[in-house]
Design a protein. Structure first.
Length: 328
């Protein structure tokens, strides 16, 4: 165990995701287990700049493993993008006796952690917390599994009403740059078509697919669309376009929005958070820095932060193929 590390700070940054609380709990309890002090930093990097710190012991994280959101609150901090902001943050950490940081967030938060590490040689370890699952070096980010379950449950309900009225539903899900939620939830919910940012399906193919689906006897359809799909039309423009070209369809739009970020984390996310939190603390105590802890082939592993940031997880071609076959 490294002698230097006496106090570890933990913060959540960027968009919140279900499982962040379970990760905070895991970091706090792992610190207690290894007799290291733990400090919760509120509102991400902004709280670091403002010195919004609180000592945390194992009992301060009771009853949060099942809670969505983050008890430490999250923020996007413009001040941390400036050298002056980071200098103030560093000053506060030194004053509070914090020797290392666990940052729970997405690639933006990891970029901030990396910059901070470079400037001050401050030990940092990242835990991937974002529902989009767009981070290289882990098969799952915290919150992705819960978000999928939320989306599938919502689409199941939409399907009930779609089939009662012979309607076509366009369901927009989160994923500006990554289609993992749309593709996985689309397959899970039995969508007729799935539009994602990584693949250019094309409007003609979509219309053709809807035509075929109608001819094959389907009376209602669900199309799942990621926010950032390649077709380049927003979901309402897409509705107008389909109505113009296939007036026989009675189309409704449902934008699932922020409900996808909320809710009690799934068991998968709670277990993942617990494993990653322990590994984050153990890695710091082994003297490691500038890594992200993740899960690959059900093994907890470390990926250099810069690779995690730049890499972006690729869309699974096998899933695309399965999705094509399922829409036959
Ligand atoms: P999500 O995936 O939900 O968007 P994220 O972690 O990618 O989460 P961002 O808003 O991109 O969210 O980043 C969170 C914070 O990280 C920013 O508000 C900023 O404080 C810090 N940050 C991001 N990029 C940098 C950078 N280049 N330098 C310093 N800090 C940064």
């Amino acid at each position: 165990m490294s002698k230097r590390i006496k106090k570890i700070g933990v913060l959540t940054s960027g968009g919140d995701s279900p499982g962040m609380n379970a990760a905070i709990r895991s970091v706090v309890r792992a610190c207690a287990y290894y007799n290291v002090e733990c400090v919760g930093i509120y509102r991400g990097y902004q709280g670091m700049i403002e010195g919004d710190f609180e000592n945390m012991g194992p009992r301060s994280v009771n009853n949060i493993v099942n809670k969505g959101g983050t008890i430490l609150k999250s923020a996007r901090s413009k001040d941390f993008m400036t050298p002056e902001g980071r200098a103030k943050a560093h000053e506060n950490l030194v004053e509070y006796g914090v020797n290392a940081l666990v940052v729970i967030g997405g690639d933006g938060s990891f970029t901030g952690a990396e910059v901070f590490n470079k400037e001050y040689k401050f030990p940092v370890i990242g835990i991937p917390g974002t529902i989009d699952n767009d981070i290289f070096g882990t098969s799952h980010t915290l919150g992705f599994d819960t978000a999928l379950n939320t989306v599938v449950e919502a689409i199941d309900k939409i399907r009930d009403t779609a089939s009662s009225h012979n309607r076509l539903f366009l369901v927009e899900v989160m994923g500006r740059d990554a289609g993992h939620i749309a593709l996985n939830a689309g397959i899970g919910a039995g969508a007729e078509e799935i539009l994602i940012p990584e693949e250019d399906l094309g409007l003609e193919r979509l219309l053709e697919s809807l035509r075929k689906s109608k001819l094959s006897g389907k009376s209602s359809s669900i199309v799942v669309i990621a926010e950032g799909d390649k077709i380049g039309k927003n979901v309402f423009e897409l509705k107008d376009y389909i109505e113009e070209n296939q007036p026989e369809y009675d189309i409704r739009v449902s934008v699932l929005g922020h409900m996808q970020r909320g809710g009690s984390p799934s068991c998968f996310d709670r277990v993942l958070a617990s494993r990653l939190g322990v590994k984050a603390v153990e890695s710091i105590l082994e003297g490691k820095s500038n890594y992200m802890v993740g899960m690959l082939n059900d093994k907890v592993c470390l990926t250099p932060l810069d690779q995690a940031i730049k890499g972006h997880s690729q869309i699974d071609q096998e899933l695309l193929r399965v999705s094509d076959i399922m829409t036959t």
